[in-house]
Design a protein around this ligand. Structure first.
Ligand code: NDP
Length: 342
């Protein structure tokens, strides 16, 4: 059973060499009787920035660290091969937390956020890791529940071409908002403007002064900032928010790549006179609206109201590079890895 192993805890930007792809134990392709487990063949794995947080020796977070020397795990789509759980039958396709390996033995009671996937010929299976999975749901819950969008609002999204950002921007357009995205290359900026329907987009790496860049695109200020990156972009956004603006603190990928210290925020004072509401959130707090999200996003996608960009790496051997690539912006759209043919 080929596996991706975490070799050591990581400080700073994760590297491919922090992981190793190697043959683990030979396993029987059966679920032990009486175990309540089921055995899956992993088909697609999701690369997510939060996984960086599990690569350090820190136990105070909402999720426990990976164990050096053992295989890592994350969201995946897999096919059930054998089962000792009456709820999962051979042939079922599931989405949930699975091992970064060819085959995994899973137990529903291990809080794996498992759900069965209804096959739909219009929707590729891997989309359940992004459009119809955690990324899509983060965009949906974060934008609708935290940002309280109104028609005509000015919306700024960072890491806008990524898994979450691309969907936040398109949702904002569906709400009748003016939407600007930032991203880290010309190719991504073009994608935002030409394929994802953003009104404007800019390459933050080419802006010496982020405050000036935001003033250029939002001369009258920002109603909603959906923050995927934290750090200096959040600091600049604070200077440009309108009175009663909303900031959804979704993720801080710019800080995840740093070592233990964090970049300072100098402009937080603005939140007081401008009565800005900053709210952090975890998508997992909103699972009660997941069915509503699935129905809406499936509909939007099938009706052509939203498009979805996916970046697929081929094979478990390339999984470490794919994961590490999130922190240099190598991915264009949602990063997934195909582990096996369907
Ligand atoms: P993406 O697909 O957006 O991939 C990460 C992107 O971040 C890269 O492509 C890169 O794009 C950008 N990036 C990397 N390093 C930096 C940096 N130093 N400064 C600025 N941008 C950087 O990832 P996701 O869409 O999956 O995740 C986006 C954010 O949402 C993350 O912060 C993640 O942790 C968070 N998240 C939060 C959840 C929640 O429940 N709160 C759930 C899921 C995700 P570019 O080339 O544009 O720089």
């Amino acid at each position: 059973n080929k596996q991706v192993i975490l070799k050591n805890y990581v400080d700073g930007i994760p590297k491919e060499t922090d992981m190793e792809v190697k043959l683990g134990e030979t396993i029987k392709l059966t679920a032990p009787k009486g175990s309540s487990c089921f055995l899956v063949k992993n088909l697609y794995l999701s690369c997510d920035p939060y996984m960086r947080g599990r690569m350090r020796d820190f136990h105070g977070s909402y999720i426990s660290p990976f164990v050096p020397g053992q295989r890592i795990e994350g969201f995946g789509v897999a096919r059930v091969i054998d089962s000792d759980d009456a709820n999962y039958k051979p042939g079922d396709i599931i989405c949930g937390i699975t091992g970064w390996e060819e085959y995994s033995l899973l137990r529903n009671s291990d809080n794996l956020q498992l759900r069965k996937i209804q096959l739909d010929e219009d929707i590729p299976l891997s989309y359940h890791l992004g459009l119809l999975g955690m990324a899509g749901f983060t965009a949906y819950a974060g934008f609708n529940e935290i940002c309280c969008p109104k028609k005509g609002d000015s919306v700024f999204v960072s890491a806008a071409s990524g898994a979450v950002g691309q969907l936040v921007g398109q949702l904002a357009k569906l709400h009748g908002c003016y939407v600007v995205g930032s991203a880290g290359s010309k190719q991504k900026v073009d994608l935002l403007k030409n394929e994802l329907g953003f009104d404007e987009a800019f390459n933050y790496k080419e802006e010496a002064d982020l405050d000036a860049a935001l003033k250029r695109y939002f001369p009258e200020g920002i109603n909603i900032y959906f923050d995927n990156v934290g750090g200096s972009m959040l600091d600049a956004a604070l200077l440009n928010m309108k009175v009663r603006g909303r900031i959804a603190l979704c993720g801080m990928v710019s800080l995840q790549s740093l070592s233990s210290s964090s970049q300072g925020i100098n402009n937080l004072y603005n939140a007081i006179p401008k009565r800005i509401r900053l709210e952090g959130f975890l998508q997992s707090d909103y699972l009660h609206i997941f069915p509503q999200f699935l129905e809406n996003f499936k509909g939007y996608y099938k009706e052509g109201k939203i498009v979805y960009i996916e970046d697929m790496s081929e094979g478990l051997e390339l999984a470490p590079a794919a994961l590490v690539g999130l922190f240099s912006g190598k991915n264009i759209g949602k990063q997934v890895v195909r582990v096996a043919e369907e």
